[in-house]
Design a protein around this ligand. Structure first.
Ligand SMILES: Nc1ncnc2c1ncn2[C@@H]1O[C@H](COP(=O)(O)OP(=O)(O)OP(=O)(O)O)[C@@H](O)[C@H]1O
Ligand SMILES: [Mg+2]
Length: 270
């Protein structure tokens, strides 16, 4: 019985915007090779009860930064930035959906701005019934970092990281896989010589290494690696392990999905 329950607990996979787009460029450039390979690995792994979230990468962060969307509505000029940012992240979502659907994988996009309301930048309300019904039917829901309405500050940005963590706790996920563009969480800037990824971190370790976690190498309004870890902590505290892997390396997503040993960082409660 216990095993059956374990098996039915969902897995939340976040495809990082750092992997599926070129974030070093301010222009919205998809990395189509990474998107197609990620889709192929997801399909091959054939995980029951999978929820996919993807980041915004260069389709969202540069414009969100230019119009200061995360800090809320202040002036009329932001409205077009808000609307266009939503449209651009939806375009990226379309590319991810195409890659999944072209290979006959039943997946359906759920637009955060239509089912999430935030309060001061934090997800406050989330109409999750369609998502739960999709899961029960064996159709994979796909969400993404988006702009959403905010009851205190008008609108804001909700990152794919926040969504992945909140969804995992809501659904009592078996694990979270964060698939970005580094071989895990590093003990310094991943680009600096000598920096290495941690293979395992506990909640207690996370407190000690916070000063080693930095911003994104590209534009990111939701805090790069430090923001990601801050978002993931409540899920880890709830006992959900997080696997931080490299989506740009062949088979990392597949191995993480099928619980095989994979290069990266495993974050656990204790
Ligand atoms: N200690 C660290 N370990 C790993 N990456 C780090 C570290 N410090 C800073 N980083 C940076 O954080 C980046 C990951 O955060 P980033 O927000 O850019 O990716 P993402 O969440 O996949 O993208 P998106 O927000 O668009 O989904 C890495 O690519 C790296 O440049
Ligand atoms: Mg990010």
């Amino acid at each position: 019985m216990e095993r059956k329950l374990m098996e039915s607990r969902p897995v939340v996979l976040k495809l990082g915007g750092s992997a599926i787009t070129d974030k070093l460029n301010q222009e919205p450039n998809p990395r189509s090779d990474v998107i197609s390979r990620a889709a192929a690995e997801i399909i091959k792994a054939h995980v029951k009860n999978l929820v996919i979230v993807h980041g915004a990468g260069s389709f969202g962060h540069p414009m969100a930064q230019e119009f200061m969307l995360k800090d809320g509505f202040r002036e009329e000029g932001q409205k077009m930035g808000f609307a266009v940012t939503h449209n651009m992240v939806s375009v990226l979502n379309g590319l991810v959906m195409d890659a999944l659907l072209v290979d006959d994988f039943p997946a359906l996009s759920i637009t955060p701005s239509s089912c999430v309301v935030a309060s001061d930048g934090r997800i406050k309300r989330f109409e999750d019934q369609p998502l739960r019904m999709l899961l029960r039917m064996g159709i994979t829901p796909v969400m993404y970092g988006d702009v959403v309405m905010d009851e205190r500050i008008g609108f804001t940005v909700v990152s794919g990281d926040q969504l992945a963590s909140v969804l995992a706790v809501k659904l009592d996920a078996r694990k979270i896989i964060m698939a970005g563009n580094t071989d895990g969480v590093y003990d310094g800037d991943p680009k600096s010589p000598g920096a290495k990824p941690y293979s395992r971190l506990t909640l207690a370790d996370l407190k000690k290494i916070e000063d080693k976690l930095g911003e994104s190498a590209g534009t990111d309004v939701t805090g790069g690696m430090l923001g990601k870890i801050v978002e993931l902590k409540p899920a880890v505290e709830a006992g959900i392990p997080v696997n931080v892997v490299n989506a740009t390396r062949a088979n990392s997503i597949y191995r993480a999905l099928v619980d095989e040993k994979v290069e990266g960082t495993l974050i656990e409660k204790g």
